[in-house]
Design a binder for this molecule. Structure first.
Ligand SMILES: [Ca+2]
Length: 254
């Protein structure tokens, strides 16, 4: 799958996404240069033997390490959602995997990432050109991705957004869409349901998208059109105009 970026990534490149992999190896994201094959800038994020690896090169001969940085964090677990943040500003790079973080700098000299504005997600069509990895015969990412943000801009992974089908399961180009079920509800595709999905909510949440706290069911006792919300495990009623009291049961005196 490839996405044409609306964000400028030359000076800063900041990626955030969530993944759930089915394999201990796979290329998550790749930016590269298709025109100039002698001077190869690139930015990549991959899983290698369960380790998350971000690498980028800001120039110099292909394969050279003069202007490159590689950061890694252990470990990515199969079947578990992980939140990844990876990026660079100039030659300063960082990588986050859930609550872990590491940072580093590419050697001085070059500071710009000169790549095509094509974000390859889950694989690159001409893989051999970019990566030599003889022991891994199928290096494409296998699993799910969601909530992709590049330089502060969200790129929803919907089915209309240029699928090329490089082995990314259709978990987030579907009705589930990654952000459908709130409050950590689990989304299940269900053709028989309106909208094509159901949410399996955690203990404390109710509603079609797990958007209602169980304490706020039936308005949580809030009256006269008040909005119910939960604060420190207690119901708070935000009263409509003209009402007051803990449950908004009293009319304001004029
Ligand atoms: Ca460069």
């Amino acid at each position: 799958m490839s996405i044409t970026l609306d964000s400028a990534i030359r000076f800063n490149t900041e990626l955030r996404l969530e993944i759930r992999t089915d394999s201990a190896d796979g290329l998550i994201v790749h930016f590269g240069q298709s025109r100039d094959t002698r001077h190869q800038d690139y930015f990549s994020l991959m899983i290698k033997n369960s380790t998350l690896v971000m690498s980028f090169s800001l120039g110099g001969p292909r394969g050279g390490q003069n202007h490159a940085l590689s950061l890694s964090l252990c470990c990515v677990t199969i079947g578990v959602w992980h939140t990844i943040e990876a990026g660079r500003s100039g030659r300063d790079g960082y990588l986050k995997l859930d609550s872990q973080m590491t940072m580093g700098n590419a050697p001085p000299g070059l500071t710009t990432l000169d790549v095509d504005h094509t974000l390859n997600l889950g694989g690159v069509e001409d893989f051999d050109m970019f990566y030599q990895n003889p022991e891994n015969s199928d290096p494409h990412f296998k699993g799910c991705m969601r909530n992709l943000v590049v330089n502060g801009m969200a790129y929803p992974l919907t089915s209309s957004r240029g699928w090329r089908g490089i082995q990314i399961d259709d978990c987030d180009g579907t009705a589930c869409g990654g952000e459908v079920c709130q409050n950590e509800g689990e989304c299940q595709l269900d053709e028989n349901k309106n909208g094509g999905y159901t949410c399996e909510c955690g203990d404390s949440f109710r509603g079609r998208n797990c958007e209602i706290h169980s304490l706020c069911e039936d308005s949580g006792g809030c009256q006269n059109g008040a909005t119910c919300r939960v604060e420190k495990a207690k119901v708070q009623c935000d009263c409509s105009f003209g009402y007051m009291g803990d449950f908004c049961g009293e009319g304001n005196e004029k």
